[in-house]
Design a protein around this ligand. Sequence first.
Ligand code: NAD
Length: 254
Amino acid sequence: MTVFEDLAESRRQLGEAVAAARRIVFFTGAGMSTESGIPDFRSPGGYWSTRKPIMFDDFCTSREARREDWRRRYDLADQLAATEPNAGHLEIARMVAGGRASHVITQNIDGLHQRAGTPPEKVIELHGNATYATCLSCGLHHGLDDLRPQFEATGEPPVCRSCGGLVKAAVISFGQAMPSGPMAAAHEASLAADLFVVLGSSLVVYPAAGFPLLAKRNGATLVIVNREATPLDAEADLVLEGEIGEVLRGISAG
Ligand code: NAD
């Protein structure tokens, strides 16, 4: 492991790693979106400093938990509507468009990689997406805007217009099973990568944090870009301590 804190050196190191790579995978966490104004989870002032997680079982069994979950969904939707992808999202989208990066594996639920121009089929969402909802019984897709007037008028959590099942934002809650399709896609992408770049993740949430290790143990170069140390730093080839937007700036032009 080599750690760099100096910005110019970090950019040089990342540039060299990118230039030597044929198949790059980016792995992003909440830190990817802080430069867009969305707080991460674990930094001071982060999401969990003000809210208690709603467990999946509670969502399924308690109307009050569902109400609270929906209130939070619309708070987040309002926040996302006022948010733009940042320079880092755009650099990644250019790397994917240029064929340098095969996929973005993300823990984020904000849809900002897609809004930055990364094609949806290249974005592997491990924890779902907060910009739409699905029925937990039949899987029908529901738009958040379509459900909002009735929720706000009645305070009743939405149910499926087709089967009457519980409708939930398409995110993976604590206690909910990981989505099998994205897990399999992330596994395959990690094994195929020769450069795996972690951006803005504390790397404490499993199974997501297993993918950098999988890629590394399969022979990929592992780079971690984060403001602070992570538990996987010792496994990485390069640890670049800095702000993602600054470290990534211009990387797609190299
Ligand atoms: P985390 O909050 O645990 O860790 C974020 C890390 O990024 C921290 O170590 C922090 O120091 C670092 N960081 C923050 N801003 C940075 C920046 N500009 N440059 C460099 N480093 C920066 O987040 P996580 O590891 O993704 O895990 C927590 C869970 O949070 C995930 O499951 C994710 O689903 C969820 N989450 C998503 C969003 C979102 O979609 N934007 C926001 C909050 C939480």
